[in-house]
Design a protein. Structure first.
Length: 69
């Protein structure tokens, strides 16, 4: 879910049908997972919907359609 934008780590969340980018700071990571450090001070809150796929070319406030498998 974490991608790079202008050399910074970004995590996209879904708000009102739009992708919202949130700058984040990561800690430990492997090939498929990251840990987020200071996630609360980065503006993330428990219960926010995180966009985990199809986010490679997303832009801030881009419209998003959620597809349920």
């Amino acid at each position: 879910a974490v991608v790079l934008r202008s050399g910074k780590q970004v995590l996209f969340t879904l708000k009102d049908g739009k992708a919202m980018w949130n700058y984040v700071h990561t800690g430990l990571e492997n090939l498929t997972e990251y840990t987020l450090v200071n996630w609360e001070t980065d503006g993330l809150k428990e219960g926010m919907e995180v966009i985990t796929s199809g986010n490679t070319n997303l832009a801030h406030e881009a419209p998003v359609v959620v597809k349920v498998k």
